[in-house]
Each structure stands twice: as C-alpha cells, then as structure tokens.
Design a protein around this ligand. Structure first.
Ligand SMILES: Nc1ncnc2c1ncn2[C@@H]1O[C@H](COP(=O)(O)OP(=O)(O)O)[C@@H](O)[C@H]1O
Ligand SMILES: [Mg+2]
Length: 240
C-alpha cells in the first residue's frame, strides 16, 4: 500500500522556490490500477519520482508497505527501487544498438543471477508483452509501440509489485496507446500488479479504475472511474 500524507516538494531555483508538490495526500491500495492526471507542471512527474523512490519529499509522509520512505538513505531507496518498482517512460529510454533481449536483461545484471537465468527471465518477459519474435531487434528496428513493449518487459522482468508509467502513451498514436493500456490492464489483472499511469489524455485515463487529478501540486479530485474501458472493447471511431 502507498500512503501519501501532505507531501511537499520544493525545488530551489536560485532565489526562487518552486513548489512542485504542495500538500498532496492520497492512498493507493496494493493491486489497484490508477491514473494520475493534471495540466503540465501540476506535479505529476514529481509525485511519480517520489512514489518510485527516485526522489524524496521535502515534507510530509510517504509510507510504502508500512515503511517510512521519507527517512530512507540512498542505498535503502535504491534497494526498494530494484525490488519493488518498475518504471516506464514516454520516450522508452532503451539503449540504442542493443537488442530487445539485452535491454530487458539489464535490470537483472546486478541481481546476482546467472547469465542463463537472466536470459530465461528476459525471454519470458518479452513473451509476456507479445514480442517473442523480436528479441534480437534493436530499438531502431522496432515501431514505437514495440519499443514501449520492450520497455514494459524491462520494467516487469524483476516482477515488481508496483508498475509506474509516466505518460507511457504520449509518444504513440492513439490506437497504439490503447494497446499499451490493454497490456497494463492485463498485467494488473493477471499478476496483481499495482499500476499507476500518468496521462493528460482522458481516454487513456478511462482504462483505469480510479482517476486522481492534480493541480498546482495538490490533489483536486480523486474518484473511482465508474465505467472503465476494458481490454479488447470496441473503440470509438474517432480514436481509430
Ligand atoms: N528538478 C527540478 N528543478 C526545479 N524545478 C522543477 C524540477 N522538476 C520539476 N520542477 C518544477 O516543478 C513543477 C512540477 O513539475 P512536474 O512534476 O514535472 O510536473 P508535470 O509532470 O505535472 O508536468 C513544475 O513547475 C516544474 O517546473
Ligand atoms: Mg511530467
């Protein structure tokens, strides 16, 4: 469970303070699939870095599975990131001139696992995202949607409890974006992973069960989505 209480994050820019988060509070239960929305600059990426233990808040509390994250040092944060969290970004962040298989094996490099085992796990993750026939392709030999699937395979190869995706469909056309949301839904349904997706596209957000809206670093709305769009559902014509 993720519990955020009155989170603040202040960036010092010369003489100016930027309040990226200004008292944001919310709780996300294990196994939820949630969207975080809000205008540009509202603090979405900041909140994701804090949830993902890439950064710590300036004030407030962050409890992750009962542990107080705001007090952890860098090595404790790195340990949690490696074990519990998978990240997906808008621009895929894959290594160029490196095969899909090697990209997906990367997070396992330092985990003390044999080469054969790493390869087997990476192949399984690529199979899970539907890319068994593309394991030796480099990113520039793959479509945007396929590159994002490689990035998702890399994010799930450690079987993290929490999958964080910051604008994962932002660089994709709408049809491919929906396919990526379908994949998150099935990971959520079949592996029980907690999935948190940042988006400014309300059609993308409607693929989740709950929508948290941020504005100026505060939660301005937090509602269950009464009518989630399910994987495989027919899409409205204007989205095709
Ligand atoms: N490293 C940083 N240094 C200074 N200001 C930052 C930094 N990261 C984010 N900000 C500022 O914090 C605010 C929130 O940013 P961000 O969380 O990236 O918003 P969003 O993802 O919703 O667009 C913005 O005003 C942004 O300029
Ligand atoms: Mg952002």
């Amino acid at each position: 469970m993720i519990q955020m209480e009155e989170l603040t994050k202040i960036y010092q820019m010369g003489d100016n303070e930027v309040r990226a988060l200004n008292g944001a509070s919310f709780t996300i239960e294990k196994g939820e699939i949630v969207a975080i929305m809000g205008p540009s600059g509202s603090g979405k990426s900041t909140v994701m870095s804090i949830i993902g233990c890439l950064d710590v808040p300036s004030g407030g509390r962050y409890m992750l599975a009962g542990m107080a994250v705001e007090n952890m040092d860098d090595s404790q944060l790195a340990e949690i990131r490696g074990r519990k969290i998978g990240f997906v970004f808008q621009q895929f962040n894959l290594l160029a001139r490196t095969s899909a298989l090697e990209n997906v094996m990367l997070p396992l490099t330092y985990a003390g696992i044999s080469g054969r085992e790493r390869q087997a796990r990476a192949l399984k993750a690529l199979e899970r995202v539907g890319l068994s026939d593309r394991t030796h392709h480099a990113p520039n030999e793959l479509s945007g949607g396929q590159q994002q699937r490689v990035a998702i395979a890399r994010a799930i190869v450690n079987e993290p409890a929490i999958l964080l995706a910051d604008e994962p469909t932002g660089a994709l056309d709408s049809r491919t974006g929906v396919e990526i949301m379908d994949l998150f839904q099935s990971l959520h349904r079949e592996n029980g992973q907690t999935v948190i997706v940042v988006t400014h596209d309300s059609y993308v957000a409607r693929h989740t069960d709950r929508i948290i809206k941020l504005s100026d670093g505060m939660v301005v709305s937090d509602e269950p989505n009464p009518d989630p769009i399910r994987a495989g559902a027919p899409r409205p014509a204007e989205k095709l």
